[in-house]
Design a protein around this ligand. Structure first.
Ligand SMILES: [Zn+2]
Length: 113
């Protein structure tokens, strides 16, 4: 990997610029968030209180938003972050919304710690 290469997983650490390691990817449903009613919440606590973990897309009720959450950790300084990718399953495709990044206190709130 070259110094300046930026792969699709090239999320960089804000603190030390190392490439973040993806530790985990989780899938959640957002019960109560219907088509046309998704609103971005930059607060980790909102995601903690409103996202329900699921095992597969088959468990997402029709017309309800879901989210893929990627958890990253810096291999050098240990800084963590989560990126929430909200989406709506429509037949065989996904309508995606802007990703929300949770760091520091927001990440702690999301993870419930
Ligand atoms: Zn770092």
């Amino acid at each position: 990997m070259g110094l300046f290469s930026k792969g699709p997983k090239g999320e960089k650490c804000k603190v030390c610029k190392a490439i973040l390691e993806k530790r985990e990817e989780r899938l959640y449903a957002m019960p109560g968030v219907y088509v046309g009613h998704y609103k971005e919440h930059p607060h980790g606590a909102w995601y903690r209180d409103n996202l329900v973990p699921i095992d597969s897309k088959a468990q997402i009720p029709t017309g309800i938003y879901a989210a893929r959450v990627e958890l990253f950790k810096c291999p050098r300084c240990g800084k963590e972050k989560a990126v929430v990718h909200p989406f709506l399953s429509v037949r065989d495709s996904e309508v995606t919304e802007f990703p929300v990044t949770l760091e520091y206190l927001e990440l702690d709130a999301f993870l419930g710690r």
